[in-house]
Design a protein around this ligand. Structure first.
Ligand code: HSE
Length: 407
């Protein structure tokens, strides 16, 4: 090793780790040309090779791309306590133990960078930490799971759910256990991290309400097309009534929303603030080489001084029952008085209807409504009451609707 070498210990050598090693080899010379230091890998730790203590002793910085909580947490804590900077792509770890890691980084005056933990190659972490650090943010919406966005895109072109998921796994978008992708848990972890950066409040993964795409019906995608809406898995973190609401749900979007046309494995994050109106960042959200580019960017950031770890957290109440517009789908008997009863129940629960379409289908009718924003608890009560009528032939279905359009 030469004096101008910046030594990087690599923990993990899966899809992202292997891509990082290759990208670093490709880019090392150019990085040295502009900052005088050349990043070199001084050791690789996998389940079957490498010695953590040896790698730690030699490294200036550790890159962690093992994933999961342990042993990644223990390695990162040990490294920072030994005065080493760290770069991690580990959303599970940051969304469950972020405060412990940030506190350790502050205490030992080292950098902890984690751009690749959210949005793959999309530089949203750095934008929130640095470019928008003076902007009071009201709301973030994000498509932050490439696998589920890829699956929804393929399904809207006619693939089955199973075919699209198998292809996402084959290409390397999906997690080792893809249930985190399709249940919304991966997106929930990423929204917890974004909420911490945007609002300063510690949000634990367990506090994020989430629902994934695995229970969506093929019908929902067909209705989305008919109504000219996009159906996406959207994470939201927003200020509400002095508190903070963070959740992930399948959501309909009008065509003028910046997230409506984000397709394939792409991710996109929309940041809203009175000061800036709206900024959307989008790009490849999954894939080895794409994620590795964000990891290497973090390494270079540390080599050139990098941003400090997040400041100590602020206290903010988490609010669950928030207002949203909803799409409501009812299969009903096509009989006199049915529509009147449905609208009466909705009115009694203070659910105001924005649009309604009824289509007769023999003895049944399909009733599709979009509501104005309503507290989720009111909508749920209305749906429960409606579901109890004999004229309702299958369980009512609801999906959130984002009403804003910026274009
Ligand atoms: N499995 C993740 C996704 C990879 O599909 O978005 C990036 O975190």
């Amino acid at each position: 090793m030469a004096a101008s070498d910046f030594k990087v210990g690599l923990l993990g050598h899966g899809t992202v780790g292997a891509a990082f090693e290759a990208l670093l080899a490709e880019r090392a010379e150019e990085i040295e040309r502009f900052n005088g230091l050349r990043p070199v890998i001084c050791g690789i730790l996998t389940r079957s090779r490498g010695d953590f203590e040896k790698i730690l002793a030699e490294a200036d910085l550790l890159v962690e791309v093992i994933g999961g909580v342990e042993p990644a947490r223990e390695y990162l804590l040990q490294a920072m306590r030994a005065g080493r900077h760290v770069v991690t792509a580990n959303k599970q770890l940051l969304s469950q133990h972020g405060e412990e890691l940030f506190e350790t980084a502050r205490a030992h005056d080292v950098r902890i960078r984690f751009e690749a933990a959210v949005g793959g190659a999309v530089p949203v972490v750095r934008v929130l930490e640095e470019s928008l650090s003076a902007t009071p943010i009201d709301r973030i919406h994000g498509i932050v799971n490439g696998t589920s966005n890829y699956i929804l895109t393929e399904m809207s072109k006619g693939s089955s759910y199973a075919e699209a998921l198998a292809e996402a796994q084959r290409i390397g978008y999906a997690e080792a256990d893809p249930s985190d992708d399709v249940t919304g848990r991966d997106a929930a972890a990423k929204m917890a991290i974004l909420a911490r950066l945007a609002f300063g409040a510690p949000v634990h993964l367990d506090e994020v309400r989430y629902e994934g795409i695995e229970n969506l019906h093929g019908d929902d995608l067909q209705y989305a097309r008919e109504l000219d809406l996009g159906l996406k898995l959207v994470g939201t973190a927003e200020r509400r009534q002095g508190g903070l609401s963070v959740h992930v749900f399948p959501t309909f979007l009008y065509p003028g929303h910046p997230l409506a046309n984000v397709s394939g494995p792409f991710n996109a994050v929309t940041v809203e603030s009175e000061t800036i109106t709206e900024i959307t960042l989008s790009g490849p959200g999954a894939g080895g080489r794409q994620t590795a580019s964000a990891v290497l960017g973090d390494v270079v950031s540390v080599m050139t001084g990098g941003a400090k770890p997040p400041a100590p957290p602020l206290a903010m109440a988490l609010i669950e029952d928030v207002e949203s517009a909803f799409y409501l789908h009812l299969d009903v008997a096509d009989e006199p008085g049915v529509l009147a009863t449905v609208t009466k129940v909705l009115g009694e629960q203070r659910v105001s209807i924005k649009s309604v379409v009824q289509r007769g289908m023999g003895e049944h009718a399909r009733l599709v409504m979009v509501t104005h924003p309503v507290l989720e608890s009111s909508l749920r009560e209305a749906v429960e009451r409606l579901g109890a009528f004999d004229f309702v032939r299958s369980a009512p279905r609801t999906i959130r609707v984002i009403e804003e359009e910026f274009l």
